[in-house]
Write a protein that binds this ligand. Structure first.
Ligand SMILES: Cc1ncc(COP(=O)(O)O)c(C=O)c1O
Length: 350
């Protein structure tokens, strides 16, 4: 994890983005042994999958000539993209303004500010409309400041593009003998899902694609609604233009409380730290493995770790009611999860 612990560090471009670890975890379903392979994107600079996206978004604007040193990068973010943009902008000499919401983790906001970014916080709006409030602030800034450039993670083709050209081939290159039965991806803008799906549809069409969304999110084909315990970066109040129905075979919609509970169980059984959307991805993979008797090897794209989320393991999601029966069963299977000693193919070769 890169922190803005010194001005020198804040100005340095990270040596490497991507090439994150893959950690197998084993669960038993009846007499079947299933492996969940956790792709730990927290291993990226700035602690999340969004380091990949941020670098690609900036590169697209640089290539078009719209972004040159001295200009101001503007973006709406729930936290992870903003943190990565703040770090990269500091390294490249761009000013940076990030529009976040009240639920954005304090740690993320503090780190953005430490990288020298200006952070504007928008209060939560009912009915899942906070994203519109964030985008209205971005529009205002663009109207007032001719030097401002919007990276636009919601429509910029570089967002899905980097996951198609880099994230997906990394997953494919590490597949066990016989390939992946399924890949599970959490959605917010849907860039990770769209890019991975495009690559897998072309090169590994037998792999089922599981899109993992939040109850109360409209990122896929759901309806935006209030989410009392909204996990940052998981789900969205609207669907991005590059998200298409054929990108997924199955959609699993989980409550924030259930995703958080999955994180706690994985941590307790394996010692692996997962952020909320990653917990949802793992839980969705267990649900998939239960419903598909042929499933043996599933890969879970885990966007970040728990380290920024103060409340994640607090258990104070109880007011959200009880989980569905299938979710309760899947959580019980996670209670018996254990780390697997198998080394991913890519690492064995290294
Ligand atoms: C924690 C977390 N999980 C999942 C995602 C989803 O990524 P995408 O925007 O590519 O759908 C994000 C994006 O911000 C995130 O921060």
């Amino acid at each position: 994890m890169v922190e803005a612990s010194s001005a020198h560090e804040a100005r340095r471009e990270p040596d490497r983005i991507g090439g994150t670890p893959l950690r197998p975890v084993r669960i038993g379903i009846g007499d079947r042994s299933v492996r969940l392979w956790l792709k730990l994107e927290a291993g990226n600079p700035y602690g999340s999958v969004k380091a990949r996206t941020a670098r690609a978004l900036l590169a697209s604007l640089e290539a078009s000539g719209r972004l040159v040193p001295g200009r101001r990068v503007v973006e709406s973010t729930s936290g992870n993209l903003g943190l990565a943009l703040a770090g990269l902008c500091a390294a490249r000499g761009y000013r940076c303004t990030l529009v976040v919401e009240s639920g954005t983790p304090r740690t993320s906001v503090d780190r953005m500010a430490a990288y020298g970014a200006e952070v504007i916080t928008v209060p939560e709006v009912t009915g899942g409309r906070t994203i519109e409030a964030r985008l209205a602030v971005v529009a205002e800034i663009l109207a007032q400041d001719a030097t401002a450039v919007w990276t636009n993670q919601y429509a910029n083709p570089a967002n899905p593009g980097v996951h198609e050209s880099e994230t997906a081939p990394e997953l494919a290159g590490a597949a066990p003998e016989g390939g992946w039965d399924a890949v599970a991806v959490a959605v917010s803008t849907g860039g990770t899902l769209a890019g991975i799906s495009r690559y897998f549809r072309r090169h590994l069409p037998a792999t089922r694609i599981i899109a993992v969304d939040a109850v109360g999110s409209a990122a896929l084909d759901g309806v935006a609604a209030d989410r009392p315990f909204k996990l940052a970066g998981f789900g969205s109040g609207r669907r991005s233009a590059f998200v298409e129905r054929h990108h997924w075979d199955h959609v699993t919609r989980l409550r924030d409380a259930d995703a958080a509970e999955a994180c706690t169980r994985i941590r307790d059984r394996t010692g692996i730290s997962l952020g909320g959307s990653a917990g949802a991805v793992v839980l969705a993979s267990v649900l998939r493995a239960v419903s598909d008797p042929a499933a043996r090897e599933l890969v879970c794209v885990c966007p970040d770790s728990a380290e920024k989320y103060a409340r994640l393991h607090s258990g104070d999601f109880a007011g959200d009611g009880r989980p569905a029966e299938a979710v309760t069963e899947a959580l019980a299977l996670l209670d018996l999860a254990r780390p697997d000693e198998t080394r991913p193919r890519e690492r064995a070769r290294a």
